[in-house]
Design a protein around this ligand. Structure first.
Ligand SMILES: O=P(O)(O)OC[C@H]1O[C@](O)(CO)[C@@H](O)[C@@H]1O
Length: 550
């Protein structure tokens, strides 16, 4: 295998290292010296208005980051991904989530198949299914309409659909959707306990259809469903076909489980789980918001794909945000990145991004198997503002670690509610603007003293400032904008992976735990020799469990 470029040996990397050496972040000074800074560093991608000006960058840094993109061949790698080359080398697969949102009539032939035609053929099946469930044409075993859909999946087969369902609640005029993911039986219990089985439809979503959690939950759901029918005296003949659908790349396993192949929607091994919400994995979302809104959602992704594919690096929002993340991770030793939506409907966005970014870029070897040359994947985390302000912002403002943060908000709220004369959305946005301002410009000791603060308290009340933020705004939280936000972070993640030389599309790091869990089951259930084979710590934990299990 061809050995890969060492990114730290590139000219651009040396340039960045030199720049960092003499770097004195001074957002106050930079804004004062350059009245056009905000204008020059505010970019547009689709409907997204992205202000990068409160980041720790100047023209020299920006120039070196753009050079870095060129030196690592970001354009060629992006084009290889978009063209369907097998850039996921450890699994020998194309990486084509961008094909999932290409418009009908486009064509992309990969490995001899027009993948866009396949995508639209499946979308039509999903849309037809969703229309029937939404209209009431689809009925359960007793002839009643479906009132609740339960999506059973985990990881990419859960986090995407649940995040988007929550984000687009104002558009959800179909049946209620619930999500079961955890193998903790509490999850399936809580999500089904008040449901009427005759009006419930399960969608089992699993790319592989072998995932322990999902298959266990699917079996528990089937048992719950059949027991419910028996209790109600309803015959079970043909009932599974009316109450279970599936989404998978393994349609043979779906059939083996007993789900009617007519209710099974496929996707392809070139769609990674964490990149799959825009495939049939989004079926539960389509049922909730309807095919037309889902089509707008896909169009939003496509707008950002087109931007990423064509905008010069200096104007390319995902590329610049990814390069900035590299600047912070590798030159400022930032080990985490906060994502702070000022939009309650995006309350699962950070959880979703955790899988997208950390399963993608949490790698210690490069795509050729050699060790990485520098730090990789930072921890992504976050909560909606303003809740986070009253919890962890203290550390972002005054802690000792640099935490770059993305603030996200929309201009028009879903619910324009007032508190007396006050438009509460304006109060909400005032907090967004205040926080990014405080983080950037801080408060000096002199300013603290001007407030008449006692000298012994001055240092505690100083805000150092120069804490980098990116502000992302959009007109409203529409299906298209949600698609745009997801695609933005997909391409940010890709850009970082290219710079680090890693394969952002495999996830071998989740395998060992799965194998060990299977091996440990006998030790827990009482197999003495399996217990004896465990290390002393694990054995002790299992013994504690066995002694205390009521
Ligand atoms: O859709 P599946 O095959 O059930 O996998 C669920 C999740 O499990 C993982 O493979 C990790 O174990 C994720 O990448 C994936 O999204």
């Amino acid at each position: 295998m061809r050995s890969m470029t060492n990114v730290t040996a590139t000219d651009a990397w040396h340039k960045l290292a030199d720049l960092k050496d003499g770097f004195r972040p001074d957002l106050r000074g930079w804004f004062a010296a350059d009245p056009d800074r905000a204008k020059d560093l505010t970019l547009t991608a689709g409907d997204l208005h992205v202000d990068l000006s409160k980041n720790l960058l100047n023209e020299a840094v920006l120039g070196a980051l753009v050079e870095l993109a060129d030196e690592v061949g970001l354009a060629a790698k992006r084009d290889a991904m978009l063209a369907g080359e097998h850039i996921n080398t450890t699994e020998d697969r194309a990486v084509l989530h961008t094909a999932l949102r290409r418009p009908k009539g486009d064509s992309l032939v990969v490995d001899g198949v027009d993948v866009v035609a396949d995508v639209h053929a499946t979308l039509e099946q999903v849309y037809a299914f969703a229309r029937k469930v939404r209209s009431g044409e689809w009925t359960g075993v007793t002839g009643e309409t479906i009132t609740t859909v339960v999506n059973i999946g985990i990881g990419g087969s859960d986090l995407g659909p649940v995040m988007v369902y929550e984000a687009l609640k104002p558009y959800a005029d179909g049946p209620e959707v619930r999500f079961v993911s955890n193998i903790d039986p509490t999850d399936v219990h809580e999500k089904t306990r008040d449901l009427d089985p005759t009006r419930t439809l399960f969608i089992v979503a699993s790319k592989t259809f072998t995932t322990l959690e999902t298959m266990t939950n699917a079996r528990m759901a089937r048992d719950w469903f059949l027991a419910g029918l028996a209790d109600a005296g309803v015959a079970a003949d043909g009932a599974i076909a009316k109450h279970f659908a599936a989404v998978s790349t393994a349609l043979d396993l779906v059939e083996e489980f007993g789900i009617d192949p007519a209710n099974a929607f496929g996707f392809w091994n070139w769609v990674g789980g964490r990149y799959s919400v825009d495939s049939a994995v989004g079926t539960a979302v389509v049922v909730a918001i309807g095919p037309e809104n889902f089509a707008d959602f896909l169009d939003g992704f496509h707008q950002i794909d087109e931007h990423f594919a064509s905008a010069p690096w200096r104007e390319n929002v995902p590329a610049l945000m990814g390069l900035l993340n590299v600047w912070y991770v590798n030159f400022f030793k930032a080990s985490t990145h906060a994502v702070l939506p000022y939009a309650q409907y995006l309350h699962r966005f950070a959880a979703y991004l955790q899988q997208l970014t950390m399963e993608s870029n949490g790698k210690g070897v490069k795509a050729d198997g050699s060790p990485v040359d520098t730090e990789t994947g930072e921890v992504f985390w976050g909560e909606p503002g303003t809740n986070g302000q009253h919890a962890f912002y203290q550390l972002i403002h005054q802690g000792t670690q640099l935490i770059p943060a993305d603030f996200i908000a929309v201009a028009t709220p879903a619910h324009p509610i007032k508190d007396g004369d006050v438009d509460v959305h304006e109060l909400f946005l005032a907090n967004f603007f205040a926080q990014t301002k405080a983080l950037a410009f801080g408060k000096t000791a002199a300013e603290v003293r001007e407030d008449g603060v006692a000298e012994d308290l001055v240092s505690a009340k100083v805000f150092p400032g120069n804490r980098p933020t990116t502000s992302i705004m959009a007109p409203a939280l529409t299906p298209s904008v949600v698609g745009q936000l997801i695609a933005l972070y997909e391409h940010i993640t890709f850009t970082q992976g290219v710079v680090w030389g890693i394969n952002s599309f495999d996830q071998w790091g989740v395998e060992l735990g799965k194998v060990l869990a299977k091996q440990i089951v006998p030790a827990i259930t009482g197999d003495a020799s399996a217990l004896a084979d465990q290390d002393p710590s694990t054995r002790g934990l299992i013994e504690y469990y066995r002694a205390h299990r009521a």
